[in-house]
Design a binder for this molecule. Structure first.
Ligand SMILES: [Mg+2]
Length: 233
């Protein structure tokens, strides 16, 4: 059971919590491939082929452990490797990545996300905690967040307790005073539980819960979370 009286801050996941990520990545990859078609057709062909694209990415992840959780760097180096494999100009990796990244920030919020963020932010300091490379300012949500932590900049990714603890510290509260909200059973719910937080599992798509440890509550959208917290517009 959620103990609302203890909550002094809320940490929020981004991808698949505030917006669906799959259509964003699909579109960004399409735009990247179209851009490459004109500049580097060999690399474009690699990126249009799902297995080749996955193989390039895997080669980068294996050969560059130093990139860690930096999805942007992995993406940039994957483009560079594809260009190299196609014997095309590897200097195109930077501008090609920029083309991808602009599209990656064009997210379309779930209908409930905007109104819920406004309500939540009016009552609690909000901190974004994401393993992805979205930027809350670039996606137009900067006004709602007191702080944003990305695995890329922080160096540790969810479910590591350190990124959750950093989220609590960022707004001057204890982990036990934080409610973490996210869609991912392991990365969000189990990670935040392990870090000593209360958790709400955002289950938009009617998944079954698979683990022994339980979230403090489950909601199907973020307005339901607001209702649960007793927040009204
Ligand atoms: Mg997520």
């Amino acid at each position: 059971m959620l103990d609302i009286s203890k909550i002094r801050a809320i940490t929020l996941d981004l991808d698949d919590t505030l917006w669906p990520i799959a259509p964003v990545i699909t579109r960004a990859e399409d735009v990247l491939a179209q851009w490459l078609d004109a500049q580097a057709p060999g690399a474009a062909a690699i990126f249009r082929h799902p297995e080749q694209r996955a193989a390039v990415r895997e080669a980068v992840v294996q050969s560059r452990p130093d990139l860690g959780h930096d999805l942007s760097a992995i993406r940039r180096e994957s483009i560079r490797l594809a260009l190299q494999q196609a014997q095309e100009d590897t200097d195109l990796a930077e501008p090609a990545f920029d083309v991808f990244f602009v599209e990656r920030m064009r997210v379309q919020l779930y209908d409930d996300a905007g109104p819920a963020l406004a309500l939540l932010a009016a009552h609690y300091p909000l901190v974004a905690v994401s393993n992805g490379n979205a930027d809350v300012h670039k996606v137009g949500l900067g006004q709602f967040f007191r702080h944003a932590l990305s695995a890329r900049e922080f160096g540790h990714a969810k479910p590591d307790a350190r990124i959750f603890h950093a989220g609590a510290s960022a707004v001057g509260v204890e982990a036990s005073e934080v409610l973490h909200v996210g869609d991912d059973m392991s990365l969000d719910v189990l990670g935040a539980l392990e870090a000593g937080m209360q958790t709400v599992w955002l289950n938009r798509t009617d998944h079954a819960w698979h683990h022994a440890a339980q979230p403090h509550a489950t909601v199907t959208d973020l307005m339901e979370l607001c209702n649960l917290l007793g927040l009204e517009a």
